[in-house]
Ligand binder design. Structure first.
Ligand code: GDP
Ligand code: MN
Length: 397
């Protein structure tokens, strides 16, 4: 589950990480009230207005702006709230902005170039460890840094059992070229950032930029946080942070009925049991000259209700020209699945307007094939993988 910048900052703050302070607002009026309150609390008279969407690169897209008065706060907030923000990380249509973060300006004017760093904590699956990735090149795209100046990116592997050891945090501060008070601040920053990551069961905490102020304070100016969905059961307060407006509506619906679904750009919908078979099926579709419209694992119980729910979600995508059902009957019986498909099809009547190719293999596959072939519906059966591929090809070409 991804979080908004302001939610990530709230979590950071709760673990003692110093952050650029701010308050979220849904309307220009709320924005002005938030700015007033911020001035009372921090003394700031300049503010940054930041679009809250699940995408980075907001600065480049015009979603982060400086306001030098309450009047400007109101003007900029009314520009940004409701806009379609297009950034290098969104689709071409962009993302609708529902809320903004009003934050204190922490880049004091008239200063020499502020020092910005990049820092993230993430899971390194290959090493089976957590990893701190950091760089002196903050504020810019880390992918660009990795491409052009990879020597400026450092990593620190952290054993999840031992946690981050103080000498490791000191090494981070040292590699960032810090000394004196800023060095001490950075050590504290890294230690508490790692604690936040570990205690919140996150898979990613990315802070870009981390800022060193002229008075040597280290603080998080941005935050990108992903919490491990499988750990959400022990973080009821984070579950409430979920903003489904930011998620793909098909995927939200699929999740509600317990289907493992990922929306893709292609023209052949697929319904498969098992993630491995789903990946192989997507390859099959590509080889047949089509493009998968989705990844969909219906899991172990491919009964009529689930099959129907899956069909309905797949068919919401207007690009879908055909659906390939590829089921291996190991635990589940193929004839049961075939009956499920036939029942779902009949139930849905005219709403199925694309050809369906069904490959059922495994227990009772022959009975299943008969069921499909005798159903009188626009469903083609296939037994072999190649046969299914050929039938897909005939439809998409
Ligand atoms: P992103 O573009 O989505 O990564 O959003 P960020 O939160 O990183 O903000 C983008 C840029 O806005 C930062 O890299 C900073 O250069 C700038 N910025 C953020 N906060 C402030 C601030 O308090 N004052 C000023 N002047 N600039 C800021
Ligand atoms: Mn950023």
């Amino acid at each position: 589950m991804n979080l908004h910048e302001y939610q990530g900052k709230d979590i950071l703050s709760s673990f003692g990480v110093r952050i650029q302070r701010g308050q979220v607002a849904q309307s220009p009026q709320e924005a002005v009230a938030a700015a007033r309150q911020l001035t009372e609390e921090t003394g700031t008279s300049w503010y940054v207005i930041k679009a809250q969407v699940h995408a980075g690169g907001r600065g480049k897209g015009g979603g982060v702006k400086l306001a030098k008065s309450l009047k400007e706060v109101e003007e900029i907030a009314s520009q940004i709230i409701g806009m379609n923000l297009i950034t290098p990380q969104t689709s071409a249509e962009g993302k609708k902005v529902h809320q903004v973060l009003i934050a204190e300006d922490v880049y004091y004017p008239g200063e020499s170039e502020p020092d910005e760093y990049y820092m993230s904590v993430l899971l390194n699956r290959e090493e089976g460890k957590n990893m701190i990735m950091y760089s002196t090149e903050g504020g810019m795209d880390i992918e660009t840094v990795a491409e052009e100046t990879p020597q400026l990116i450092f990593t620190e592997l952290v054993d999840p059992v031992l946690g981050l050891l103080p000498f490791q945090a000191r090494r981070v501060a040292f590699n960032l070229g810090l000394s004196g008070q800023a060095f001490k601040e950075m050590v504290r920053f890294v230690m508490s950032l790692y604690t936040a990551y570990a205690k919140s069961d996150a898979t990613l905490f990315e802070i870009n930029p981390v800022l060193k102020t002229s008075d040597n304070k280290i603080l998080a100016v941005d935050s990108k946080v992903t919490i491990d969905d499988n750990a959400l059961f022990r973080h009821k307060d984070y579950v409430e942070m979920r903003d489904i407006r930011e998620e793909n509506p098909f995927e939200v619906e699929a999740k509600e009925v317990g289907l493992n679904y990922v929306d893709l750009d292609g023209n052949v919908g697929c319904m498969v049991n098992g993630a491995g078979l789903a990946m192989a099926t997507m390859d099959l579709i590509k080889q047949a000259g089509g493009e998968p419209a989705n990844f969909l694992d219906v899991g172990g119980t491919a009964d009529a209700a689930r099959v129907e729910a899956a069909f309905r979600i797949i068919l919401k995508d207007p690009n879908v020209k055909a659906i390939l059902v590829n089921i291996f009957g190991g635990i589940v019986r193929c004839d049961r699945v075939a009956q499920g498909i036939v029942d779902a099809y009949k139930n849905m009547g005219d709403s199925i307007n694309v050809p369906i190719i069904v490959r059922l293999q495994g227990t009772n596959a022959d009975i299943a094939k008969e069921l499909i072939d005798n159903s009188g519906l626009d469903v083609q059966s296939a037994v072999e993988f190649q046969e299914a591929a050929d039938k897909v090809q005939a439809v998409v070409s």
